[in-house]
Design a binder for this molecule. Structure first.
Ligand code: C2E
Ligand code: CA
Ligand code: CA
Length: 737
């Protein structure tokens, strides 16, 4: 046990003494009250005078009766008592003092000289025994001695009280400390532990007494715990506090079966305790005492901060930093084992449009939902990270071949096909994935990510929503992509765009019923560039709205020139990008262009791809209704490639379905059963929609389409897209015949 000395050394001061002990001339004499008791009045008074001369307060009682009377109502510090008195003698007075437990000190002054009397008096608690006759000095010395004894006694009892108060205070502080405060004996068993243990670990206070500390330490952390629990130094630990886990009462002792909830992470600080050995003048180690602090909350906060450093706040996915870290490890691992790994670059198609049209809140919710769905396609050990607005990277640390990665890419794309419902709005979103493999496409982090990114750009340029592996010949195309992006900024100003027109004809008679305007870019160095190579680029950069407006204006202006030449009754089709549709002033722009050209709405057909129609349907429906009010027609472009069903489109004010060329392309013979195409034609007729089959390249295809009653066709077999002048020529001829 710790000695009192140790406790006092921890910062508590002893109370100040109130009087200097034993000072010979103390000015407190006046406060000491004396009573002189003697049956001889002369003796009694002379003694009183003697004492008063010394500065004491003094009273005299002649005889025992008077003494008892005086004692009944006055407290005296010292009584000078004669033993031999007639009637009530000194013995009786002593008895009275004892019975009443008066705190007075008695000096017996007696003519008796026998030893028995003196012994009796001292036994009864008398301070001193003086035999008459006494010398004055002897008497005064005895009085002074009595006074000093009283003062020491008073001092002592004050000290006792201070000590017990102080102990009470310490006990309160120790027991109410938010930390566990404990003492161990030299064997490491608890000899003291404060109340905190009960709420932290569920033990009763004394339940752990005598038990070894290892009973509460998590078995995996015992080595760390030994370092501090066995502390022998008396200075506080100079090392940083050591952390380990302690177990709650009743926790299973099998380390691997322990739940987090049964553990408390703590930090411990301890010092050794030594006792002085009087015989040998040495000190002996008698144990330790220490403070155990619960740091679970701090650990949780640290974990949150750590998580934030390595994770994306919106989706809670790992961020770029963590991805690079994992990729670094995965590359090392693959190098050592001679295995392959895949890095994928994922980018949502058309996310910008959703974000701009539906607002950032919806965009954020969509990203969260996408992240969650992407996770479903992954195995444990794969890392999916968000690395930009709508860009994700995926690390597959274990792939055996290319096809393994392709399977995952297809699975991811498939999982995203089903629509998302965000705040009651149904949203479809496509995904483009570029894939790079270690070691074929790079053996460094940056190289692999860059090449996956390049492959992703490549698939974006080729119609999106798919995956592509990196290949070396992409390098040239990417630099072209970059130079196109730079050139696109100037293309409009410098009038580098041109429109071509492809006729749309009836399948049975070949009569031209419309033309579709198709943009080209007359690049100063590259020559004529196909829209496939720059439309998605313009969509990503946002330039598409200006370009689209130029197309609409130019097509209508061209058409009004043809009308001036007598062309009548055909419609002109213009392709729209989703971004145009989402512009607030879209309908006004279309109407003002029609007005500029004095063109009735019925002559204009806007081609909108299936996928942009089904995004944010309520918004779109409203716009389509306004267009319909002005007679403007709407065609669903690339029908069949998207996510919508016919029934879904039924609710929209539409006029025409354009069956995508990829379906027509499959027609190799008129006998084939092309059930999808004929189903579309039949259903479209039921819905009173016009149908145009796109991409008709062969006579067989035309014949088949005729045989199933497809009303209109468009394709190279009938005509390539033509310049405006050639179109006018063709239209003029066809209207003459
Ligand atoms: P689209 O709207 O599906 O246009 C039809 C595309 O098929 C045109 O390609 C056309 O030249 C091509 N085509 C026509 N007949 C045949 C055929 O028999 N076989 C094959 N294989 N292809 C045929 P183009 O002009 O290269 O346009 C490609 C795409 O670029 C268009 O597909 C459209 O999505 C987009 N685009 C073209 N002009 C514009 C425009 O002004 N605005 C917008 N937003 N997109 C446009
Ligand atoms: Ca089209
Ligand atoms: Ca089309």
């Amino acid at each position: 046990m710790v000695s009192n000395k140790t406790w006092q050394a921890t910062g508590c001061e002893l109370p100040k003494k109130q009087k200097a002990q034993g000072s010979s001339k103390d000015n407190s004499r006046g406060e000491v009250k004396l009573l002189v008791v003697d049956d001889e009045p002369r003796l009694c008074h002379s003694l009183k005078e003697l004492l008063e001369l010394q500065g004491y307060q003094c009273e005299a009682a002649i005889g025992g009766v008077a003494a008892i009377q005086a004692l009944q109502h006055t407290k005296y510090d010292i009584i000078l008592l004669d033993l031999n008195m007639p009637g009530v003698d000194g013995h009786k007075v002593m008895q009275f003092i004892k019975d009443r437990q008066l705190q007075s000190d008695v000096i017996i002054v007696s003519g008796e000289s026998n030893f028995k009397e003196a012994a009796w008096a001292l036994q009864q608690g008398a301070h001193d025994f003086l035999r008459k006759p006494y010398a004055n000095g002897e008497l005064l010395h005895s009085v002074k001695g009595a006074i000093q004894k009283r003062q020491l006694k008073a001092e002592n009892s004050r000290m006792q009280k201070w000590l017990s108060d102080s102990e009470r205070r310490y006990r309160f502080l120790v027991n109410n400390s938010p930390d566990i405060i404990y003492m161990l004996d030299e064997k490491g068993c608890f000899s003291f532990i404060n109340n905190r243990i009960s709420c932290l670990l569920g033990y009763n206070n004394d339940e752990l007494l005598g038990k070894h500390y290892s009973e509460v330490v998590h078995p995996h952390d015992l080595i760390k715990a030994h370092l501090t629990f066995d502390e022998h130094r008396i200075e506080p630990n100079p090392r940083p506090n050591i952390e380990f886990r302690i177990m709650k009462k009743g926790a299973k002792s099998l380390p691997d079966n322990l739940f987090e909830s049964q553990l408390v992470t703590v930090e411990l600080n301890a010092v050794g305790v030594y006792e002085d050995q009087e015989e040998t003048n040495n000190t002996q180690f008698i144990g330790t005492y220490g403070v155990i602090r619960d740091i679970s909350e701090r650990k949780k906060a640290e974990a949150i901060i750590n998580h934030q450093l390595y994770h994306d706040v919106l989706t809670a996915l790992p961020n770029r930093v963590l991805l690079r870290d994992r990729l670094d490890i995965a590359i090392l691992h693959a190098k050592r084992n001679g295995t392959m790994l895949a890095v994928m670059y994922l980018d949502l198609d058309g996310f910008k449009i959703i974000n701009d049209s539906l607002g950032h809140m919806t965009g954020d919710e969509l990203l969260q939902a996408v992240a969650q769905r992407l996770r479903l396609s992954l195995r444990e050990g794969d890392t999916l990270a968000r690395v930009g607005g709508d860009e994700f990277n995926l690390l597959l640390p274990e792939v055996n071949c290319r096809e393994d990665a392709a399977v995952i890419a297809r699975k991811i794309i498939n999982n995203l096909k089903q629509s998302f419902e965000i705040d009651g709005t149904e949203i479809f979103i496509g995904l483009s994935i570029g894939i790079a493999l270690y070691p074929d496409d790079g053996d460094q982090i940056d190289m692999l990510i860059k090449n996956a990114d390049m492959a992703m750009y490549h698939i974006k340029g080729r119609g999106k929503n798919g995956y592509e592996f990196f290949s070396n010949n992409m390098l040239g195309r990417i630099s072209r992509h970059n130079s196109l992006e730079n050139g696109l900024h100037k293309a409009l100003e410098e009038n580098q765009f041109v429109l071509m027109f492809q006729p749309q004809q009836t399948a049975d008679t070949g009569e031209i019923v419309g033309v579709e305007s198709l943009i080209r870019w007359q690049h100063p160095e590259e020559g004529l560039i196909s829209p496939i190579d720059f439309i998605s680029l313009a969509e990503e950069t946002g330039q598409i709205t200006d370009i689209g407006e130029w197309v609409l204006r130019t097509a209508c202006a061209e058409y009004s020139r043809w009308r001036e030449q007598g062309i009548e009754g055909i419609k002109i089709a213009v392709n729209l990008s989703a971004a145009q549709l989402y512009r607030a002033d879209f309908v006004e722009t279309v109407l003002s262009i029609l007005e500029e050209n004095q063109m009735p709405g019925e002559l204009l057909e806007l081609e909108i791809t299936e996928n942009s129609l089904v995004q944010d349907i309520e918004h779109v429906v409203e716009k389509l209704r306004q267009l319909a009010k002005h007679g403007i027609r709407v065609a669903v472009d690339d029908f069949g490639t998207g996510y919508s069903s016919l029934c879904y489109l039924q609710s929209l004010p539409l006029n025409t379905l354009k069956i995508d060329g990829s379906f027509i392309n499959t027609i190799k013979s008129t006998d084939d059963k092309h059930s999808i195409i004929s189903a579309i034609v039949t259903m479209a007729k039921d819905m009173k929609l016009g149908v145009i089959a796109e991409g008709v390249e062969t006579k067989t295809q035309l014949d088949y389409l005729r045989s199933i009653g497809c009303p209109q066709v468009q394709g190279y077999f009938l005509s390539y897209p033509l310049s405006a002048d050639n179109t006018l020529e063709l239209l003029s001829q066809s209207q003459i015949h």
